[in-house]
Each structure stands twice: as structure tokens, then as C-alpha cells.
Write a protein that binds this ligand. Structure first.
Ligand SMILES: Nc1ncnc2c1ncn2[C@@H]1O[C@H](COP(=O)(O)OP(=O)(O)OP(=O)(O)O)[C@@H](O)[C@H]1O
Length: 247
């Protein structure tokens, strides 16, 4: 992990009508850092993630990525989206395309890369997430855990500088959670910059450099995982942890 910041949020606010969903959020993610965002339901974690690649416009404040303010539209927005991969709770694969076509689509259509070159990279990524032998199948023929691993390969095919994960295992059957977390852990170990919204505290403990705790749209506290889990400072974090860890 370097000291250089890749993602910086300054005084970010987001309102949905009267609802103050991001309340003056300041946060910086270093190149190669893995930040896990946790907090109660409705605390603004997804909105934070979506704001970082402009899926959600913010009401005020600034977000910079790799030294540049986030673009509003046009070519630079497309470039930002290809530099920041996003993996959602629902995998959103194209049902009528094969697994390999799903992974190749972004580089070929968005970045106009040559299919022969992309194919090799896509196959290597599918091998890496353990799906190489399923490349010619269609999404419905794969389990949820396999589809989510394809979604990760699809994001990686764009060779992103950072990856955002918004509850990537919440929609999975429990026995498939581990296989997705394993892929994410290996990415983290290789130095990918990651912002991960998750309720998987094991992943936070083992893979995060820093845990950020949000409540009511505010970034309440942040610390390295060993420190945060051993000694949460705020009552809200203590309360949240006591509930989640006893389940
Ligand atoms: N498009 C929207 N329009 C109106 N309100 C919204 C919209 N998206 C989110 N919200 C509200 O904003 C608040 C924060 O939502 P967000 O999804 O960011 O929280 P979260 O911490 O990710 O919650 P969860 O853990 O349940 O996914 C919630 O009260 C939610 O209902």
C-alpha cells in the first residue's frame, strides 16, 4: 500500500429529498488499500459506494479519483467507470451471452480492444476465479457464487485501478459466500485498491487495512481491523458489533 491517495471524498453530502444520506463525509483511500465499510442498514454505505463512480450524483462536496475530480458526463465518465470496477449484490450478467462473452464485452465494446487480445485476458481471468471450464456456458447454468465470480472477472477485464464491492455476498446461499470472499481476499493480497461494503466481519478482519464504521450517513469512526474490533470507540459501533457478532 502506498501513501498516495487514489480516492478522496471531501465534505460529501447526499440528500434524497429530506433524507440526509451522506452527512459531510471525508474519507481517503490510498493506492493498494482495502477499506471495508460497515454499519447498520440504511446508514448510507451503498450510496457512498455508488457516489464514488458517479452512479449516484452527490448534493455537495468533492470526490477526486487519481488526482482528478469526478466527471459529470461524457468521455471522462466512461473512462472513470472503466477505471473503477464495481461488483453489486446482484451479478447482472447478460443472460443471453456466454460467460466468456460477458467478460469480453466491456473491453471490446467500451474500449474498442481487439477481441483476440481480450479473449486471452478474459480466459486467464476466468481461470483465476475458478470458472475457466465454464466459459461457454450461460449465466443461468452457473450457481450464484460462480456468477458472482464471473462478475468480478468481468470488472477485472477492464483493468481497473480500483474495485468497489457493494454487499457482494448478500444474495448468495451461505455455502457460496466463501468462494467469492476467497477471490476478493486474493485480490486484496495482490494490492488491488478496494472499497468493500459488507456484513462479512471475517473478511474485514483478515483482508482489510482499515474498517470504516458508518451510521446515519456519518463516518463515525475508522481504524485498522484489529484495533476496531478489539476496541470500538463509539457507542453506536459497540452496539452494532454486539448485534452482528451474536448472530
Ligand atoms: N434512490 C433513492 N431514493 C430515495 N431514498 C434512497 C435511495 N437510495 C437509498 N435511499 C435511502 O437512503 C438511505 C441509505 O441507503 P443506503 O442503501 O445507502 O444504505 P445502506 O447502509 O447501504 O443500507 P443496507 O445495508 O440496507 O444496504 C436509506 O434510508 C435508503 O432508504
Amino acid at each position: 500500500m502506498s501513501d498516495e491517495a487514489l480516492i478522496v471524498l471531501e465534505n460529501v453530502n447526499k440528500w434524497f429529498g429530506p433524507l440526509h444520506v451522506l452527512d459531510d463525509v471525508n474519507m481517503s483511500v490510498a493506492r493498494g488499500e482495502v477499506v471495508v465499510v460497515i454499519g447498520p442498514s440504511g446508514s448510507g454505505k451503498s450510496t457512498l459506494c455508488r457516489a464514488i463512480n458517479r452512479l449516484e450524483p452527490i448534493s455537495s462536496g468533492t470526490i477526486t479519483f487519481d488526482g482528478k475530480p469526478l466527471p459529470e458526463e461524457g468521455k471522462s465518465l466512461a473512462r472513470l467507470r472503466s477505471e473503477v470496477g464495481m461488483v453489486f449484490q446482484s451479478f447482472n450478467l447478460f443472460a443471453h451471452k456466454t460467460i466468456l462473452q460477458n467478460v469480453m464485452l466491456g473491453p471490446v465494446k467500451v474500449r474498442k480492444e481487439k477481441p483476440v487480445e481480450v479473449r486471452e485476458r478474459a480466459m486467464a481471468l476466468l481461470d483465476r476465479v475458478g470458472i475457466g471450464n465454464q466459459a461457454e456456458k450461460f449465466p443461468a447454468q452457473l450457481s450464484g457464487g460462480q456468477q458472482q465470480r464471473v462478475a468480478i472477472a468481468r470488472a477485472l477485464a477492464m483493468q481497473p485501478k480500483a474495485m468497489l464491492f457493494d454487499e457482494p455476498t448478500s444474495a448468495l446461499d451461505p455455502e457460496m459466500v466463501g468462494e467469492v470472499l476467497d477471490v476478493m481476499t486474493s485480490l486484496a493480497r495482490e494490492g488491488m485498491t478496494m472499497v468493500v461494503v459488507t456484513h462479512e466481519m471475517g473478511f474485514a478482519r483478515h483482508a482489510a487495512n482499515r474498517v470504516v464504521f458508518m451510521a446515519d450517513g456519518q463516518l463515525v469512526e475508522e481504524a485498522p481491523p484489529t484495533e476496531f474490533f478489539a476496541n470500538p470507540k463509539s457507542d453506536r459501533a459497540k452496539d452494532f458489533l454486539s448485534k452482528i457478532l451474536t448472530h
